[in-house]
Design a protein around this ligand. Structure first.
Ligand code: HEM
Length: 496
């Protein structure tokens, strides 16, 4: 017993000395509450709801400490940043994702979200053209069709009281991503079924659990764990879907090219979707292996749908919580469409200014990716301190979105703040719902278009009510609701 105590004391002193020696003179202030040996790790244990409570507290502590703090995960010093200018500097200087992202590599591999820097640079350049405006404009018909499907599916909930809107939004957004980005139609098949959605939810839980269990950070230990076996079960299901997507579209692509030269006329699509760009670059230029294509498909399926669906879910809830906001949305929709139930056009999108303000405010209020992590590949000089190379740096959009630069009403849901560009904060990172710096979301314009079209259809047809103040949340990689997020809907009878 005595010898164990002596070893622990010896280790604690060693870690303390190590931390002191490795502190640079210009280090940001340390977060109080470090324990011997584990540092601040105790803040990150518990279930995903407790984890989110701790991260939220960390955001406010960092805001109080002028936007940057350091803290300890065992022997490691890491940083947490909520100042928009400092976040911008870090996100533009250091493009490498942190090692914690490697926990998702068996699933997403070198896809854009998790890819190593050199691969990312090459692939992002090749894939950017798949998200340019002219391609996205070609998706508008599908966005409208899918929005109508959502409205139709919601009919069964009319006047029935509170229900989980996410259960309707999530499959709808998945279908939309498949039809547009991946150019495959699974609407009449059950490939993207509840099994896929459960596997996705479970793999995100595995990633968080691994983060919370320091001895499983090492691959050797992880490979022996029951967590790895749970993760493998999820991977089987998730990879089955991405492989099926790849096989199906590759066959269609080869068939089309054989029949029509290089012109793609599959199902009358007027655009070249992301998936076909991947296949073209793979088949004609050897730019991607089948495995790399599969990793990009897995990335798009996850990064494209879970974020969009969760953001829409929060938006419906927030709009349902503020009748005056809902009324203004409806008045704007009525000004643009009158009583006509026609499709939303590209021109309409630019007129739906208030709807866009509500979307952005919802994403500011509940950012679905409240924290991202960068690896510092160089020392970074910030406004008031210097961060040291080779450390992890947590950049928090949740914190940034509550920074004093938003004004004294930063904690209020107020879409009007988006209507006057003169009074909006100037630093581009002040709104970081889509990430920060050069690794910003590739699908951001796609997401805004599809969300605006979906919500225009929903709010034209339904009056929504809910109360976001009753909601409890958790951090399962993304910020997700646990309870209290359900809404009720009724059909709008007339122009009121
Ligand atoms: C409301 C919807 C969305 C939100 C809130 C969102 C949010 C984000 C955020 C915060 C990041 C940065 C992650 C990081 O730095 O670790 C990101 C990256 C990414 N997102 Fe999105 N996203 C959305 C929609 C989409 C869509 C529709 C797609 C594709 C169809 C997409 C694909 C990606 C990809 C591939 C990356 C990695 C980009 C890179 O590193 O080059 N996202 N997204």
């Amino acid at each position: 017993m005595l010898s164990v105590a002596l070893v622990l004391v010896f280790l604690s002193c060693g870690i303390l000395a190590w931390r002191r020696r490795n502190r640079n003179k210009d280090e940001p202030p340390p977060l109080p509450g470090a324990l011997p040996l584990i540092g601040h790790f105790h803040l990150f244990v518990g279930n995903s709801s407790q984890l989110w409570d701790s991260v939220k507290k960390l955001c406010y502590n960092t805001l109080d400490a002028d936007g940057v703090v350091s803290f300890y995960l065992g022997p490691k010093t890491v940083y947490f940043v909520t100042d928009p200018d400092d976040c911008l500097k870090i996100a533009s200087t250091c493009l490498e994702k942190d090692k914690f992202y490697k926990f998702t590599k068996p699933w997403l591999g070198e896809g854009l979200l998790t890819g190593d820097l050199q691969i990312w640079k090459e692939h992002r350049k090749l894939l950017n053209p798949a998200f340019k405006q002219s391609i996205l404009d070609g998706f508008i018909d599908i966005f409208n069709k899918e929005a109508r499907r959502l409205v139709k599916n919601l009919e069964v909930e009319v006047d029935k009281g509170p229900f989980d809107q996410f259960a309707y939004i999530q499959p709808n957004v998945l279908e939309t991503i498949c039809l547009t980005v991946l150019a495959v139609d699974f609407t009449d098949e059950s490939l993207l079924n509840i099994e896929y959605i459960n596997a996705l939810e479970n793999i995100l839980k595995c990633v968080v659990e691994r983060f919370q269990t320091p001895w499983l950070h090492s691959d050797v230990m992880f490979n022996w764990s029951s967590l790895k076996r749970r993760q493998d079960e999820c991977l089987k299901i998730l990879h089955n879907v991405s492989n099926t997507v790849l096989k199906k579209r590759k066959a269609e692509y080869l068939n089309n090219n054989l029949n029509n030269g290089t012109e793609d006329t599959t199902k009358g699509l007027k655009f070249r979707p992301f998936m076909d760009l991947l296949l073209e670059l793979a088949i004609e230029k050897g730019a991607f292996s089948d495995q790399e294509i599969r990793e990009h498909v897995d990335t798009m399926l996850f990064a494209g749908h879970d974020t969009t669906a969760t953001s829409l879910m929060y938006m419906m809830l927030l709009v349902g919580s503020y009748p005056e906001v809902q009324q203004k949305i409806f008045e704007e929709l009525h000004n643009v469409f009158g009583d006509d139930d026609r499709d939303v056009t590209k021109q309409d999108l630019s007129q739906l200014v208030y709807l866009e303000a509500v979307l952005k405010e919802s994403m500011r209020f509940y950012p679905v990716a409240p924290v991202i992590i960068r690896r510092l590949d160089q020392d970074v000089k910030l406004r008031n301190c210097t961060l040291s190379k080779d450390r992890a740096c947590f950049l928090s959009s949740y914190g940034v979105h509550r920074h004093p630069v938003w004004g004294p009403d930063a904690e209020e849901f107020k879409p009007e703040r988006w209507l006057d560009s003169e009074t909006l904060p100037k630093c581009p990172t002040t709104f970081s719902g889509f990430g920060m710096g050069r690794r910003i979301c590739i699908g951001k314009t796609y997401a805004m278009m599809t969300m605006k079209i979906a919500m225009a259809h929903v709010f034209r047809r339904y009056r929504v009510s809910g109360n976001h103040l009753l909601m409890t949340t958790k951090l399962d990689v993304l910020l997700k609701p646990i309870s209290g997020h359900h809404v009720s809907i009724e059909i709008r009878k007339n122009k009121t």
